[in-house]
Design a protein around this ligand. Structure first.
Ligand code: NDP
Length: 390
């Protein structure tokens, strides 16, 4: 039986890895929707190759070029935010959520409302609106499966286990591009340096977030929201080799570790084939050749984002949306060359304290409109802080 699949963020790093797996067994899948942003050439080529029903670019200005690239094919070209949401409502069995940033939340919610299984790479969905996403899944009897490598690892370590017997969850971090850079040099690192990851090939934004550990901060919150554990149960461990992705510690002292090569096709493939396993085209580790794996505690002075994650979880409500919105805007500022690498965390911390207790956010319900409003306020606050220092 063929499965109907849609891929949101198909032109990105996760999207392309997903397509790589699906294209290896085309007879098993019927591709419903592929979505992208700026890269319409890639989007059109994949939509043609996989015989997608629709190809959607999030940018309305790209509709003509998408149409031109699809000329003569039966694939329907669509564009804009409304088209993206329309595509999310098309019936599908399995939907990959791999848009980068808060923009990924609404399509994922709509896919869950249709009862689709949501393979969740877009961690921002859980950071900004975890309780809403998980409640939507429960309400529509739909599944969310983790795709982040750490969360896939935890999920796999929990198969057959009782979450009530989990004492702690340890997620590992490579330490990113600057794990060995002296602290005094961090203020002056360049965009090119921050955009190069020692172990993983990923999109630019998550690569920079790995260097600042904002990515790990998001993942700590993601762990709390997905697995329903308390913040005190979550630990971060620096593991430069990126082979042990996460460990789950049980009440009897046992630690179950998930070990694998740094290749996202493992976690994507696990979510694609769940609850079965199928052979995947990933390298098999030769532990004797690797010889040693190393671990160390993260230095919180080097990585203020980890401390901020703790504060965000403590605050709850819309603090996750503020944190993520501020982080995304500060990252835009770093990419545009307006602020330095270390200023990202300084700005995010300022915005978190400025907006804590904000009358429009405090006690507001966690729904899509309020998440969008919190995100908007956070971005505006970052812009104001950047303008002040200019
Ligand atoms: P990329 O930047 O490589 O790709 C992002 C995708 O989203 C592209 O298809 C892009 O289109 C599209 N896109 C960008 N902005 C918008 C928007 N506003 N609306 C709709 N679509 C948009 O990101 P990654 O693949 O690296 O990451 C995707 C998600 O997966 C992120 O949430 C990330 O944190 C998470 N993740 C990624 C991992 C990785 O290994 N890369 C690992 C674990 C999680 P286009 O490129 O055509 O402009």
């Amino acid at each position: 039986m063929t499965r109907r699949v849609s891929i949101f963020g198909a032109t990105g790093s996760i999207g392309q890895n997903t397509i790589d797996l699906i294209a290896r067994a085309p007879a098993q899948y019927q591709v419903v929707a592929l979505t992208g942003g700026q890269n319409v050439a890639q989007l059109a080529a994949d939509a043609r190759r996989l015989g997608a029903q629709v190809a959607v670019t999030a940018d309305p200005g790209k509709l003509d070029s998408l149409r031109a690239a699809l000329a003569g094919s039966p694939v329907q070209a669509m564009a804009g935010r409304a088209a993206l949401l329309e595509a999310a409502a098309m019936p599908a069995d399995w939907v990959m959520s791999a848009i980068v940033g808060a923009a990924g939340l609404a399509p994922g919610l709509i896919a869950l409302q249709q009862g689709a299984t949501l393979a969740l790479a877009n961690k921002e969905s859980l950071v900004t609106a975890g309780p809403l996403l998980m409640a939507t899944a429960r309400q529509h009897n739909a599944r969310v499966l983790p795709v982040d490598s750490e969360h896939s690892a935890i999920f796999q370590a929990l198969v057959g286990e009782d979450i009530a017997q989990v004492e702690r969850i340890i997620i590992t971090a490579s330490g990113g591009a600057f794990r060995d850079t002296p602290m005094q040099d961090l203020a002056h690192v360049t965009l090119a340096q921050a955009s190069s990851h020692p172990n993983w090939a990923m999109g630019q934004r998550i690569t920079i977030d790995s260097a600042s550990m904002f990515n790990k901060a998001l993942e700590v919150i993601e762990t709390k929201e997905f697995f329903g554990v308390s913040p005190q149960q979550i630990e971060v461990l620096v593991h430069p080799e990126s082979m042990v992705h996460a460990l789950v510690g049980f009440c009897d002292g046992a630690l179950m570790a998930h070990v694998g090569p740094p290749d996202m096709r493992h976690a994507i493939g696990y979510a694609l084939h769940w609850p079965q396993r199928q052979p995947l085209p990933v390298a098999r580790l030769d532990l004797a050749a690797i010889g040693q794996l190393s671990f160390r505690a993260p230095d919180l002075a080097r990585y203020p984002a980890l401390r901020l994650a703790g504060e965000v979880m403590q605050a709850g409500g819309l603090a996750g949306a503020v944190f993520n919105g501020a982080k995304e805007r500060a990252l835009d500022g770093f990419i545009a060359g307006h602020i330095g690498f270390l200023e990202m965390a300084v700005l995010v911390e300022k915005v978190l304290s400025q907006l804590a207790g904000h009358p429009e956010l405090a006690n507001a319900t966690l729904d899509l409109d309020n998440v969008a409003h919190a995100d908007h306020l956070a971005r505006r606050a970052v812009d104001a802080l950047i303008a002040q220092r200019a």
